[in-house]
Design a protein around this ligand. Structure first.
Ligand code: HEC
Length: 141
């Protein structure tokens, strides 16, 4: 084997080695990519967020209204965002309370000005919305 052949063969070897490394590294990279990680975590990470799940009838606990309020209504009604009557603000609620619960529920179901239909909770049942309203009204009694 002359020098040139040796040189050629060693280059070939290095080339082959780095090519296989490249392939191997790519493989590792693929696994560490966000998608690869996502795929690997998928079975573990698929957690269901309960806030927007419809509740089966008859399974509403005594704190269902509070839960709904916290999950779906508080973002506006705690701060008075966009003119929402604030939680616990008797003066803001007084003219509304006099409409009666049915009318208030209707406002929530259909939406009212800046309040989106169903207060934004598209999966809430009427009963849940009603409980959330009652929860707010309890505070200003
Ligand atoms: C995006 C903000 C927002 C969210 C979320 C929201 N509201 Fe409201 N809500 C408002 C605003 C603004 C008003 C006042 C509307 C008006 O009179 O112009 C209002 C008014 C109301 C009223 C009085 C209606 C009337 O007829 O006077 C009730 C009751 C009410 N909201 C209940 C709820 C409930 C229950 C939820 C959660 C399921 C909820 N809201 C979620 C913004 C919101």
């Amino acid at each position: 084997m002359n020098y040139l052949t040796k040189l050629f063969l060693s280059h070939l070897f290095i080339l082959g080695f780095s090519a296989s490394c490249f392939a191997a590294c790519q493989h590792v990279q693929a696994d560490l990519s966000p998608k690869g990680i996502e795929q690997r975590l998928a079975p573990v990470a698929k957690v269901t967020i309960g806030a927007d799940l419809p509740s089966a009838p008859g399974t509403l606990g005594p704190d269902a209204g509070q839960k709904r309020y916290t999950a779906n209504c508080a973002m506006c009604h705690t701060t008075g965002l966009a003119g929402a009557p604030k939680y616990g603000d008797k003066a803001a609620w007084a003219p509304r309370v006099s409409k009666g619960l049915d009318a208030l529920l209707k406002s929530v179901v259909h939406g009212l000005n800046a309040m989106p239909p169903r207060g934004g909770c598209t999966t809430c049942s009427d009963e849940e919305l009603s409980l959330a309203i009652k929860y707010m009204l309890e505070k200003i009694k």
